[in-house]
Design a protein around this ligand. Sequence first.
Ligand code: 3EB
Length: 331
Amino acid sequence: MPKSSKQFGLAYLDAGEIGAYLDKHSGHVLSVIGFGHALPLPGYAPLWVDIPVLGGHDSSIEVWTSDLPVTACEHLGISGTADGQVLFGSLTLEQHAGDTLETLAEQAYMRIFGFIDHFGYRNLLRVWHYFPQINDDENGLERYRGFNVGRHASFVANGRQIGEESVPAASALGSNSGSLVVYFMACKKRGTAVENPRQVSAYHYPKLFGPSSPIFVRAMSATLGGQYCFFISGTASIVGYETLHQGDAEKQTAETLTNIRTLLQQIPHYDPDQGRMLLKVYLRHPEHLEMVQSKVQAEFGSACKAVYLHSNICRSDLLLEIEGAYFNDTQ
Ligand code: 3EB
């Protein structure tokens, strides 16, 4: 088998590519997450996130694969997969009358910690959160801020330190419908947290941004399947703790790219011409697509795979957010 089908890694595929890719990686697929229009993928039960894909494709499918054989597992109603080095899991929580995002987030994280501790992969490396009406008010608090209160409570209840030792990289974005959708990757061995010297750590944001601060680090690195992996959290036009360039999408894009560059510069021996870069770019307004695409292409070149999604961002003054993953097997 060619080496590429035995690597730990990530791909973003469209409807025409996904079938062959899944066949080629049979037995090595850790996770399949779809965005946009749902497609049948026989043999898999992908998590679908209701966020439209921009740029001409109806669907984008995110696939995580392992160099090692993958086995399925289940606990506390969470189904997942593991390969001996990483554990993937996902859950969808329905919001019923009387529930708030705060209680949903707390329940989600209680189950996530129970799940990863049960299987012995106690270190969260990367977490993705999607839920609708992210900027709307709920009982006097923005839903994203309520989400932060619940997430915080669950970290405390599970004895997790709120510091670099136990905080994962993350993304939190608005979806168009459904419930709270969370997927995550956890490890037996701890990853290395990377913060951005231009930004205050999110878990130290002042109360101005809500009663409990968000809990994520700006990036996480880990060696998986012999590859150096660098997972970049959702990154936006924030310097210090403040949003810069309100209402100016071009300047927000440039500032976001500066923040990402600042993170990449912390990779030991980083070489932009080596390794593989993949991005998910979330745009609040689709009309910014071409401008952002051209800036992203100028920054990372055409070898970088970027998927563009139409999504609300967790601060109402942010027009875009970019997350990334960088892999290098030569380090
Ligand atoms: C920020 O820098 C932008 O709440 O998990 C980015 C990544 C953001 C993750 C989260 C929020 C989260 O504050 C927002």
